[in-house]
Design a protein around this ligand. Sequence first.
Ligand SMILES: [Zn+2]
Length: 449
Amino acid sequence: MQKIRHFRHYGQKLLNNLSVSGQMTISIPFFALWLGGGTIIACLILFSTWSKHPAPLDTVQQTVNSLPVAEAPAIKAVSKKPADKWQQAIVEKGDSLARIFARLDISPAELHNIMQSDKAAQDLKRIQPKQEINIRTNNNGEVLELLHVISPTRSFSAQRDGDTFKTQFVERDTEIRTRHAFGSIESSLFLAAQKSGIEDAMIMDLIGIFGWDIDFALDIRQKDNFTVLYEEVFIEGEKIRNGNIIAAEFVNQGKKYRAVRYTDAQGHTDYYDENGRSLRKAFLRTPVAYSRISSHFGKRRHPIHKRFKLHKGVDYAAPYGTPVKATGSGKIIYRGRKGGYGKTIVIRHAGKYSTLYAHMSNYKRGLRSGQRVKQGQTIGYIGSTGLATGPHLHYEFRVNGSHRNPLRVRLPEARPIHHKYKQDFIEKASGLFAQLDAISNSMIAMNNP
Ligand SMILES: [Zn+2]
């Protein structure tokens, strides 16, 4: 789940310190792990509760280490109390802590006490569906401890301290391991992926990386093969999910494409080839994901004017309301009706490029002239405003103000690695490319005895 995407910075550590294991992934339902993980947190917190100095914990490891030996007997004494009881509630849609307390038959006065304890207790106002709330009460029904499992790595705890509560956030250690997978295509890419043990989501990532060079709908052939080096995220020995693809190779019809993930010192991440060129292009080839081309660029008889004239763009037919995407990042320089074009947006991009999107039924809400948009961002919806025979997008691509065929024009590449980071990239990437070579060579040898 996206909540734990902030592990990304571990990628850097990884690039320095790679070890490859030849095994394939075993996929375990994420939610089961989360729940299981929650139980582990609960146990660890139970354990740490009796430390008199539960200083802010960076990792659970530290918690355990900081437990004063002299207090060990206290642990035994507390854990023997039979009347203490843990209850668990899973947050439901529209839930509040007040409702959860009622469900567990705990007095609302107890909740009031916890909320009054300190600022950190405000965390409890941000509970989300499917999260876990664990509460320990004594035989008088007083809350001794409350644990809110925020994510597999982070939880919030409030522990009774006389008449008030001590609160803290607890973090668990994460570890990134590297795995690799190899697949050779017999019938389809997805079958090959399944056979090699990698999940569909990762295949989609792979398509995202190489989709600029390979048309995965048309170009894939038998004996094409791929090698992927990827991360797995572990929390205290348990695999939580797959991480990023850190290097990949795709051999398509004998031609080899390779990419390495690199994050520069400014935090900009992309996939690059051996020369530090981005695999992405500055423009998407088409502004409408699911569409068919209903009219090409060039001379044609105009369907309404019935005269031959130059069609200065490409028409994409798609159902009314289909999202239209900005093909490149840039600034909106026009948004409004434009004669026969109907509702139109014009975007100016870096350098000499601009794009135009016409006949839309509507603009994306909140989008104004002068605003910046990112590549792939939805800017409007398919329609038939202006002079149009049916719902379609009329799309124009201009270089220095003159119209070009968007399907033929050589698209500029996305930003390459900045020269400042080139040396760093080469150092980190060369090891990864060598690993890709080693894996694919040995796998190919194994597959062709
Ligand atoms: Zn057109």
